[in-house]
Design a protein. Structure first.
Length: 374
């Protein structure tokens, strides 16, 4: 059995949604197939002096540096890896790319990611706040590091295209592995007919919490028994005090009681509302899909690869708005094919949006890459 270094900036005990769920899903499956040395949580402190200087510059209207990936911090990460990896391992497997670009692996290495550094910068920050020279430094490091990988696995076809557009990478080491869900597949669809629209929001504005609420108010004029259920951050009080709104809390899967409530919430859901502006391949689409719950989300990033419009949910125009979200909600409610949509989304999610199939693609490519290197 081959030995691998699995390298992550997250703890293997974290079990929520998003990237920590991806980390756990990949690691738990790879360790069934390989002798696995978990190298993590590799997350040294920020470069504090660089952070202070950068913040001061931005306060006076000048671009700062991206201190999280300063040369000093990248060097610190490299030293941690040098002292933590198993030097006899057959290969390294990295979750994400940018934290590791200052390290030169001494064995074949493979990477899983959902987007490049520049994409994250554009989505979650203002590019103008940072020095162009510093941005170019990080991009050059990441491009070179990814070019030397034996294979880079992406969560979506969109992510590969985005990487090629931004970095000019046309290597044959890039491939789509897909994405899965971080929850057990239920034996059946247990939805019993309630009209519960679910909004899972970890960032209320970016994930479209307010848009979901305003669209729900329009829908409720025609469907008075409909409800809007929030999971995640607590909505503002004006929303919480509105008729038909229910807040279940920030439900964690590693808490047995909260997990039961989350599963019950999934089972009761009529539709998953995701009028997001910043999700690349949202895990909630696949998770809710296991339960037969269709999603309504914008045609952005890798989302169209997860939703077949009209068959497993609805894609709305971008940017998402109250008008186009409420229109899709009502269209779904009045659809004669709703039961068929539930059957479709459950079948397609179980078949295509699962981590076992993702890891099968990954391990097949790893095997062929290592064999061809002999």
């Amino acid at each position: 059995m081959r030995t691998i270094n699995y390298i992550s900036n997250l703890s293997q005990s974290e079990m929520s949604g998003g990237w920590s769920g991806v980390n756990l899903a990949l690691y738990s499956r790879l360790k069934r197939l390989f002798n696995t040395n978990y190298v993590g949580q590799v997350d040294p402190p920020y470069d504090l002096p660089r952070k202070i200087v950068s913040k001061a510059l931005r306060k006076i209207g000048l671009p700062g540096s991206f201190h999280f990936f300063s040369s000093k911090r990248l060097s610190t990460i490299s030293n941690i890896l040098l002292n933590s990896v198993d030097p006899s391992a057959d290969f390294d497997f990295y979750l994400g790319a940018t934290p590791w670009v200052g390290y030169k692996p001494h064995r074949p290495y493979f990477v899983y990611l959902d987007a490049s550094f520049i994409t994250y910068l554009q989505l979650y920050h203002s590019v103008a706040d940072f020095s162009q020279k510093d941005i170019k430094r990080i991009i050059a490091l990441e491009k070179a590091w990814l070019s030397n990988a034996s294979a880079v696995f992406f969560s979506s076809e969109w992510a590969i295209g985005d990487m090629q557009r931004n970095y000019g990478l046309l290597n044959d080491n890039l491939m789509v592995a897909g994405v899965g869900a971080n929850i057990e597949i239920p034996e059946e669809d247990k939805w019993s007919g309630g009209i519960n629209f679910l909004a899972m929001v970890t960032d209320f504005e970016r994930k479209g919490g307010r848009i979901s609420f305003e669209a729900f108010k329009i829908v409720r004029e025609s469907v008075p028994h409909a409800r809007l259920v929030f999971v995640g951050v607590r909505p503002p009080e004006d929303i919480l005090n509105s008729d038909g709104v229910d807040y279940r809390g920030f439900l964690k899967k590693n808490d047995p009681v909260e997990k039961v409530l989350l599963l019950d919430t999934y089972s009761e859901s009529f539709a998953n509302l995701l009028p997001t502006k910043g999700d690349l391949t949202p895990i909630s689409i696949s998770e809710l899909g296991y339960f037969g719950c269709p999603s309504i989300a914008p045609s952005l990033f890798g989302i169209p690869e997860m939703i077949q419009d009209g068959k497993t949910g609805y894609l709305i125009d971008s940017p998402p708005s109250v008008a186009n979200l409420s229109e899709a909600m009502l269209k779904l409610y009045y659809s004669d094919d709703y039961r068929t949509i539930r059957e479709n989304v459950r079948e397609k999610s179980i078949e295509n949006l699962n981590w076992d199939s993702v890891v099968a693609k990954i391990t097949n490519r790893i095997s062929s890459a290592l064999e061809s290197a002999i």
